[in-house]
Each structure stands twice: as structure tokens, then as C-alpha cells.
Design a protein around this ligand. Structure first.
Ligand code: HEC
Ligand code: HEC
Ligand code: HEC
Ligand code: HEC
Length: 425
């Protein structure tokens, strides 16, 4: 009964007052210099502040808007001062609706951006006997739920329909870097939780499903078009940004892709998450795998028809994707599952689909994440995994410069990882 009362008394997380990073920073709170706290490390602040490493990127997110790079983007788009532009602040700060007196925009993506506004729990969460359930009921966000976790990061690392949380193609054309995200890998870079509740294959698989869900939902919304054109953000960048040749019998520079039947010459929808979800579904939700593959193909095909047909194909694919995400979130992944998914990601049926830079980048992040999980689960020795590192780095190198993506080198590097995996398992 008490929990129910608290639940209704708690301000909705989005509307709870955010008190700012300073309110978490006490030396007896999260501001210790050594991570030796009894319950949590307590040096989360120091880790978050170390902007020289990926773990501290969020603390410099607002300062990044003060750079000449950011200002150039804002100037081109006629947005005035970048560090005050609503279209940028949604992701480069904790864009809280309600702010306490100690809140500072200059803190960038502060603690409450992810953990939720602390109005309801700041005073109680460290008291003796406070439980996780109390904290959640008072509005602290449940990041141990893989869907909540994925959704929190995707708001800024893919985009959302909330104010100021979308990097359009226009922003990219003005100079914003491309977005690339893999939940488990990026969460491991953050490196401030003593023990992450969701990690490894579950967060990887749920992250893939929720990213596709987010993409399809936004594409079907008003974010999906820009004037008379579809919003280019959702498509493979290099399908348009490619050299043209006028010679007789010109070479075709795009690779055809059996998982992605489209009208010849049309820009293909970015399918990085679809490709990898295929592998996850085959192993962890086989009864949905054929439907997922068919729905993905139908969606790509529908892109050559009218908008109504595309919307209904998107909605079917989205429903299947949601089911996949729910299955993955409610399921443990054992060492055999991990190795089976890894084999599929490295196998011929999928590698022919890494025709674009972004699919390649997503695939090598998957290999990295899944191999780490396989080592942690004891399926692959760390020595054997270490031996694969060189080829994984070669695969990363083949996707590093998007203008020089070399699918052949990329596949060859993954092929060598696959052979090593066969010897190691
Ligand atoms: C949907 C969220 C989102 C929005 C909106 C957004 N950004 Fe970003 N921005 C990011 C993310 C995420 C990165 C990091 C990309 C990466 O490296 O993976 C980034 C990176 C950058 C960088 C490079 C920082 C560095 O040092 O590497 C600049 C500059 C930048 N953004 C400026 C802007 C400006 C200016 C605007 C508004 C016109 C804007 N951003 C809007 C999410 C966003
Ligand atoms: C409120 C927006 C926001 C949220 C929520 C968010 N991020 Fe970020 N993240 C950013 C921005 C903006 C950057 C780029 C900052 C910069 O370089 O200036 C970034 C950068 C990063 C980086 C560094 C990337 C690199 O290439 O160095 C990692 C890792 C990261 N985020 C992980 C996560 C994870 C994991 C989550 C979810 C638990 C998450 N982020 C949630 C906005 C956000
Ligand atoms: C970009 C999102 C993000 C930001 C910003 C962030 N955190 Fe976290 N934090 C997480 C995630 C994700 C976890 C792991 C949660 C889990 O797996 O249960 C975590 C875990 C923690 C934990 C451990 C919780 C536990 O139950 O073990 C503490 C304490 C914490 N964060 C404090 C902070 C503080 C203090 C700040 C600001 C200085 C901060 N975090 C900033 C996302 C974030
Ligand atoms: C459907 C075609 C199409 C797609 C897909 C597309 N773009 Fe563009 N892009 C354009 C057009 C058209 C322009 C304007 C160029 C011009 O005026 O000549 C442009 C301009 C740009 C520019 C400005 C620099 C330049 O080359 O002129 C950048 C950077 C850019 N796009 C990045 C991207 C990124 C990143 C993606 C993928 C997320 C992407 N584009 C996807 C068509 C596309």
C-alpha cells in the first residue's frame, strides 16, 4: 500500500525538479576521489568529469556547443548562438523542464539526465534502509530495466520526438558528426557503475531492437520528412554521397544486398540494426525470425511505392521488432547463445549485407561486445579472444573513414575472426 501511495505522490520523472550535478557532488556522496564506497563507488562525479576519456564525454557536452565547430553549424542554420540554441540543448545538456536553484546548464549531460530529476528522492535515497524500490517509487529512473536504459540513451544517441532531440540531415550537412551507437559498448565506456545490472548480450540485443523501433517510429512521424523529401537522416549516407561517372557502361558503385530489395537507384533505409537483429532473432526468438526477415524485406520494398504503403509496412515491422525487444529483455542469454549469435554475425549469410559503412560499423561493435560476453561467460578463453584482436582492429579500421569503406577488406577481417572463433570453441 505504501508503495502505491508513493508511486502516485512521486512527480513524473520528466517533470520532477532537477537539482543539478552540484547536488550529487558532496565528498560523502558521489564526489569521492577514490571509488571505494561501501554500496556504490562514490567517485561517479570524478569519472563523469574526466572529459579526456569517453567516460567523461557527457560533462563536456555543453562546452562542445561553445566551440567554433558548433558555432559554424549554428551559423549555417541561422540558429544564433549554438550554446543557447534549443535545437542543440536537448542533447548537449540536461534539458530539464523544471530546474532547482542549483541547476546549471553548463554542467552538460548531468546525472539527472539519465537518473531522473531528484526532487522526489534526493533527500531520501542515501538514508539507512532506503531501498531501490523506494527510490524508483520516488522517481529515480529504473536503469536496470534494459528497455528503460536503451530508451534513455537513444533519446540523444539516435533522436526522439521531444524538443531539441533530433539531428536532422540539415544539421549533418551543416557539420554535425554522424551518430553511431551500440548500447552495451557505449554503456561500458561510461564506466561509473560498480556493477551494471544490464550488460552483455541482453543489453546488446535489446539495444538493437529499441534502436530500430525508435528509427521506424520517428520515420513514420512528422520527423520523417523535410519539405517534399523524406528526412535523409534515416537512409544510408553514401547511397547519395557517392562519386558519379559518365563513361560508357559505368561501374555501379553500390553493392546489391539480398536482405534489402529496393528499387534500383533509390536511397536505401539504414538497415544496421535490422541486419544484427536477424542474428539475435534466429538464436533467441526463432519463432519470430522468419517474420522479422520478411517484414524487413517488405518494408524496404514498400519504400518504392506510396507513403501509405510504406507506413503500413513500417508499422508491421515495428510491431515485430517490439516483440523481439520484449523477448530479449525477458530472457537470459547463455554462453551457447552468445557464440551462436557471434557465428551468425560473422557468417556468410549476414556479411554479404554489410554493404554500407553503417552496417559494417554496427557489425564490428557487435563482434566486440559479443566476444567480450563470450569471454565473461567462459565460452572463449581470454587468450583466444586476444588473438582475434588484431583482426577486429582491422575491421574497425575498414569502417573508420566513411569515405573509404572497403567492404572486401572488412569481410576478410571478419572471416579471419570467424576462423579463429571456430578454432577457439
Ligand atoms: C539528438 C541529439 C543531438 C542533438 C539534437 C545535437 N547533438 Fe551534437 N552530438 C550528439 C552526440 C550523441 C554527439 C557525439 C557523437 C558521437 O561521437 O558518437 C554529438 C557531437 C557533437 C559535436 C562534436 C563534439 C566533439 O567534440 O566531438 C558538436 C560540435 C555538436 N554535436 C554540435 C551540435 C550542435 C551545434 C547542435 C545543434 C545544431 C547539436 N549538436 C545537436 C547529439 C546531439
Ligand atoms: C541528454 C542527452 C544524452 C543522453 C541521455 C545520453 N547521452 Fe551519451 N552523449 C551525449 C552527447 C551530446 C555526447 C557527445 C558529447 C561531446 O563530445 O561533447 C555523448 C557522448 C557519449 C559517449 C562518448 C562517445 C565517444 O565517442 O567518445 C558515450 C560512451 C555515451 N555518450 C554513452 C551514453 C550512454 C550509454 C547513455 C545511456 C545510458 C547515454 N550516453 C545517454 C548525450 C547524451
Ligand atoms: C548518460 C547517462 C548517465 C549519466 C549522465 C550518469 N549516470 Fe550514473 N548510471 C548510469 C547507468 C546506465 C548506470 C548503471 C545502472 C545499472 O546498470 O543498474 C549508472 C549507475 C550509477 C550508480 C550505481 C547505481 C547502483 O545501483 O549501483 C551511481 C551511484 C550513479 N550512476 C551515479 C551517478 C552520478 C553521481 C552521476 C553524475 C555525476 C551519474 N551517475 C551520471 C547512467 C548515467
Ligand atoms: C537522399 C540523398 C541523401 C542522403 C541519403 C544523405 N544525403 Fe547528405 N546531402 C544530400 C544533398 C542533396 C545535399 C546537399 C548537397 C548539395 O547541395 O550539393 C547533402 C549534403 C550533405 C553534407 C554537406 C557537405 C556536402 O557534401 O555537400 C553532408 C556533410 C552530408 N550531406 C552528410 C550526410 C550524412 C551524414 C548522411 C547520412 C546520415 C547523408 N548526408 C545522407 C543528399 C543526401
Amino acid at each position: 500500500m505504501l508503495a502505491v501511495v508513493l508511486l502516485f505522490a512521486a512527480p513524473a520523472a520528466a517533470q520532477a525538479v532537477h537539482n543539478g550535478v552540484g547536488s550529487c557532488a558532496g565528498s560523502t556522496c558521489h564526489g569521492r576521489s577514490a571509488g571505494d564506497g561501501a554500496v556504490v563507488r562514490q567517485n561517479e562525479l570524478v569519472v563523469w568529469q574526466d572529459y579526456t576519456s569517453a567516460a567523461g564525454a557527457h560533462s563536456k557536452a555543453w562546452r562542445s556547443l561553445q566551440t567554433p565547430w558548433a558555432q559554424k553549424i549554428a551559423d549555417r542554420l541561422g540558429m544564433g548562438e549554438a550554446a543557447r540554441a534549443p535545437a542543440c540543448l536537448g542533447c548537449h545538456t540536461d534539458n530539464a523542464v523544471r530546474r532547482g536553484p542549483t541547476f546549471q546548464v553548463s554542467d552538460g549531460v548531468g546525472c539527472e539526465s539519465c537518473h531522473g530529476g531528484s526532487e522526489g528522492w534526493l533527500a531520501s535515497h542515501y538514508t539507512v534502509g532506503a531501498s531501490r524500490a523506494d527510490n524508483r517509487a520516488r522517481g529515480m529512473r529504473a536503469l536496470e530495466d534494459p528497455r528503460v536504459l536503451a530508451s534513455t540513451c537513444l533519446d540523444c544517441h539516435f533522436g526522439s520526438d521531444k524538443p531539441g532531440q533530433f539531428v536532422s540531415h540539415r544539421m549533418m550537412a551543416a557539420g554535425h558528426p554522424r551518430m553511431s551507437f551500440e548500447l552495451d559498448l557505449f554503456n561500458s565506456y561510461q564506466n561509473h557503475a560498480r556493477k551494471r545490472s544490464v550488460s552483455g548480450v541482453t543489453s546488446w540485443a535489446v539495444g538493437q531492437a529499441m534502436a530500430l523501433e525508435r528509427s521506424l517510429t520517428l520515420f513514420a512521424s512528422s520527423k520523417g520528412s523535410e519539405g517534399v523529401f523524406p528526412e535523409f537522416y534515416f537512409f544510408d549516407c553514401h547511397s547519395c554521397h557517392r562519386a558519379i561517372s559518365d563513361e560508357a557502361n559505368p561501374p555501379v558503385r553500390f553493392g546489391t544486398n539480398p536482405g534489402r530489395p529496393i528499387v534500383w537507384g533509390a536511397p536505401p533505409y539504414n538497415d544496421e540494426n535490422m541486419i544484427l537483429l536477424n542474428a539475435a532473432a534466429r538464436v533467441a526468438a526463432p519463432e519470430l525470425a522468419d517474420r522479422f526477415a520478411a517484414d524487413s524485406k517488405a518494408f524496404h520494398q514498400a519504400m518504392g511505392g506510396d507513403r501509405a504503403g510504406m507506413l503500413s509496412a513500417a508499422s508491421r515491422l515495428n510491431a515485430t521488432t517490439r516483440q523481439l525487444g520484449n523477448r530479449f529483455a525477458g530472457r537470459g542469454f547463455g554462453d551457447k547463445d552468445t557464440v551462436a549469435i557471434l557465428r551468425l554475425v560473422l557468417g556468410d549469410a549476414l556479411t554479404v549485407r554489410y554493404t554500407d559503412y553503417s552496417g559494417g560499423a554496427q557489425a564490428v561493435m557487435a563482434v566486440d561486445t559479443l566476444l567480450t560476453a563470450a569471454v565473461n561467460q567462459g565460452a572463449v578463453s581470454s587468450g583466444a579472444a586476444g588473438g582475434m584482436r588484431r583482426d577486429i582492429e582491422a575491421a574497425y579500421a575498414a569502417v573508420r573513414d566513411p569515405n573509404a569503406y572497403r567492404p572486401g577488406d572488412f569481410r576478410a577481417a571478419l572471416g579471419r575472426v570467424r576462423s579463429a572463433l571456430e578454432r577457439a570453441t
